[in-house]
Write a protein that binds this ligand. Structure first.
Ligand SMILES: [Zn+2]
Length: 306
């Protein structure tokens, strides 16, 4: 049964946003408030107040999905891997269900991004969609037949902490072949090369210029050879890392989000590089830019209910 009112909440470290969608996915109501800093109880009450305000305004009771920067542990129902640390170890879903007297669905923000783009975004109509966030970190989410796949460990799509293959497309890495450390404790994670900070660090290692990702991209556009080489390494690595995803999931569409997804040349160059790493003579997978941008988290949360 299609819900007449789908409520989605994007619970972020700095803001909490609620979006209400009608049965056809049309936007009915939206509000954004500041996240109470480091205060779990106040965060809960803010979310409850937003739901009540939306439902009072619309005279409808809705389903509720919540996108979080973390994961709910399957065995305990407690939040883990969250960068909003007041959420860690809390039974968020249980508490919201008790306060709002309804079943609540929770997913991490990369899964919400993928679901939003699969539902009515850049991957609408595709059955097998991989969503990638290339931002401060690297995240991924998998949607098959309109549903998020979360996996038995709750980490399906967490591709950012796979090791990038050592046979890096541009040859051995600098600094005596050292692969950069990741905050997760491993070395050479996809995230340490393909996040915004990863791109900046790579440029610093080879060109010895400390620049933001935006500045590197702008310099490459102006024909700077060092910045151009950095972007070419970035593209070769992204192609290699996505080829591994394609060999396993064979998605129809890969959607990119996050700050680095706004580099137009990625959509031309990556599909030219990835074929050499993919076990197929032709590759029909499409690489596309997000449609909903910053709204994807809250939209995907609302779409957690059919
Ligand atoms: Zn890592």
């Amino acid at each position: 049964m299609v819900s007449p009112l789908r409520l989605g909440i994007d619970l972020g470290g700095t803001k909490i946003e609620l979006l209400a969608l009608g049965a056809a996915g049309n936007e009915l109501w939206r509000k954004r408030v500041a996240t109470p800093k480091g205060d779990y109880q106040a965060t809960l009450m803010t979310m409850v107040a937003l739901v009540e305000e939306a439902e009072n305004a619309l005279h409808l009771r809705g389903t509720l999905g919540v996108g979080i920067p973390g994961t709910e542990a399957k065995s305990t129902g407690l939040i883990k891997n969250a960068n909003s640390t007041c959420l860690i170890g809390q039974p968020l879903r249980r508490d919201l269900q008790a306060l709002l007297q309804r079943e609540v669905r929770i997913a991490n923000d990369a899964n919400c991004f993928a679901l939003s783009e699969a539902a009515d975004g850049a991957a609408a109509g595709a059955r097998n969609v991989f969503g990638v966030i290339l931002g401060t970190g690297v995240g991924g989410g998998l949607v098959i037949n309109g549903s998020v796949v979360d996996g038995v460990n709750g980490i399906a799509g967490e591709w950012g902490h796979n090791p990038l293959p050592v046979e890096d497309a541009d040859g051995p890495l600098p600094a005596a072949g050292e692969r950069p450390f990741c905050y997760c404790g491993r070395r050479g994670c996809v995230e340490t090369y393909l996040s915004g900070p990863g791109l900046a660090a790579d440029h610093q290692r080879l060109v010895e210029q400390h620049l933001s990702p935006e500045a590197i991209i702008a310099l490459a556009d102006q024909g700077d050879s060092g910045a151009e080489a950095t972007l070419q390494r970035y593209e070769a690595r992204l192609a290699l890392a996505l080829a591994a995803v394609i060999n396993i999931l064979d998605p129809e569409v890969i959607v990119l989000g996050g700050g680095l997804s706004n580099i137009p040349r990625l959509y031309r160059n990556i599909p030219q590089h990835w074929g050499q790493h993919i076990f197929s003579d032709t590759v029909a997978t499409r690489l596309v830019q997000h449609r909903h941008g910053d709204s994807s988290g809250v939209r995907g949360a609302a779409w957690l209910w059919p």
